[in-house]
Design a protein around this ligand. Structure first.
Ligand code: CUA
Length: 155
C-alpha cells in the first residue's frame, strides 16, 4: 500500500515541478508566458525571413518579436548590439542556432531555453519595467562558452 502512496506522491511532485517550470512567475518586471518550438534548416539561416536579418520587430501596439541567432560565441542581436524593447510590452523571442546547442537565459528570471540547431525556441516575456537584463548561454558550447553573453534593455 505504501508503494502506491509513494508513487502517487512522486507523480504529484513531478507535475508540480513541470507546472512551476512552465508557468512560474519570473523576476521583477518580466514574466515567461510560453515556451514552444518549430523546425528550421540550420544550414540555410541566411535564406530564412526571420534569421537572415536577426532583429527586433514591432508586431502590435505593445508587442514585439525578436529573432535571435545564438552562435559560437554570441547572440545576434544581443552581444554587439543590445536587444532594446519598450516597457509594458510583450516580447516573443524566436531563437535558433547555426552551429551547436546553446542556451538562452535572461539572467535573474526563469526565462530560459535550450537553443538547438534545426529548431526554433520560442519564449514570450512581459517586459514591464525599465531595466537592463543580462542574457547568457547556459549550455556548454565550446571554448568561448563563458564569454557568450548579451544584453536586453527595457526602456
Ligand atoms: Cu553558447 Cu555556451
Amino acid at each position: 500500500a505504501y508503494e502506491k502512496l509513494w508513487l502517487a506522491l512522486s507523480i504529484v511532485l513531478i507535475l508540480l515541478l513541470i507546472g512551476s517550470v512552465t508557468y512560474g512567475a519570473v523576476g521583477p518586471g518580466i514574466a515567461m508566458v510560453s515556451d514552444s518550438g518549430g523546425q528550421i534548416d540550420a544550414t540555410a539561416l541566411d535564406e530564412d525571413d526571420r534569421f537572415a536579418d536577426p532583429r527586433v520587430e514591432q508586431v502590435g501596439e505593445n508587442s514585439y518579436e525578436v529573432y535571435v541567432v545564438a552562435f559560437q560565441y554570441g547572440f545576434d542581436p544581443g552581444t554587439i548590439d543590445p536587444i532594446v524593447v519598450p516597457e509594458n510590452s510583450e516580447v516573443t523571442f524566436y531563437i535558433t542556432s547555426p552551429d551547436v546547442i546553446h542556451g538562452f537565459e535572461v539572467v535573474g528570471t526563469n526565462a530560459n531555453t535550450m537553443v538547438v540547431p534545426g529548431e526554433v525556441a520560442e519564449i514570450t516575456v512581459e517586459a514591464n519595467e525599465p531595466r537592463e537584463y543580462g542574457i547568457v548561454c547556459n549550455e556548454y558550447c565550446g571554448a568561448g562558452h563563458h564569454d557568450m553573453e548579451g544584453t536586453m534593455e527595457v526602456v
